[in-house]
Write a protein that binds this ligand. Structure first.
Ligand code: ATP
Ligand code: MG
Length: 178
């Protein structure tokens, strides 16, 4: 065991609900400790999530940005070039944010989807994580986390679906899903 302070790589993955919300809970905890936290949301864009307004009340130390359009057509050849462009732009910003020293925690929300849809090269992400500044915490969310990233991460949690309201035909609820 070591009590040395260091930045960790965390992954929230798996089919159950709670990947993004657990990352936001961790972000809240970090902000409460006076840390500066940036949340970059890959793919998200069209829905208005309550957390955007909540985070805005925290000021400069807690920032959240939607980097996508909120819907993505899946499947290699069918992927809209505009979505790929947005993912690439999000990744450039993410890498710069991690390297900048400006943020003590960077959350890359839904980045695992961008990777598993073939829109972002996992080796590139792995390289940036390997070379990240020592003290920066990085959290990656989304199903199907790439094995390369799972291996690199310090803490990996797989959300298991026991059941979900959606299966009963209950649509997304304010305060729970958005
Ligand atoms: P949350 O943002 O609520 O923590 P998540 O990040 O784990 O969810 P995502 O894969 O990002 O899940 O999907 C986001 C949306 O899909 C949320 O509205 C969530 O409620 C819903 N969702 C997550 N898991 C399931 C599931 N197993 N069945 C149906 N809908 C789900
Ligand atoms: Mg999510």
């Amino acid at each position: 065991m070591t009590d040395t302070r260091r930045g960790l790589i965390l992954i929230n993955t798996g089919p159950g609900k709670g990947k993004t919300t657990a990352a936001l809970g961790t972000a809240l905890r970090a902000v409460g400790n006076g840390m500066r936290v940036l949340v970059l949301q890959f793919l998200k864009g069209s829905w208005h999530y309550g957390e955007l307004d909540a985070v805005a009340t925290f000021g400069q130390n807690f920032q959240m940005k939607q980097m996508g359009r909120g819907f993505v057509k899946v499947g290699g050849a069918e992927t809209d070039p505009e979505d790929i462009r947005l993912v690439e732009a999000a990744w450039v910003e993410a890498r710069e944010a991690i390297e900048s020293g400006e943020w003590e925690m960077v959350v890359l929300d839904e980045i695992n989807y961008a990777i598993s849809y073939g829109m972002l090269d996992p080796a590139q992400v792995a390289e940036a994580l390997r070379n990240k500044p020592e003290m920066v915490h990085v959290i990656l969310t989304g199903r199907n986390a790439h094995p390369l990233l799972v291996e690199l991460a310090d803490t990996v949690t797989e959300m298991r679906e026991v059941k979900h309201a959606y299966q009963k035909g209950i649509l997304a609820q304010r305060g729970i899903e958005y």
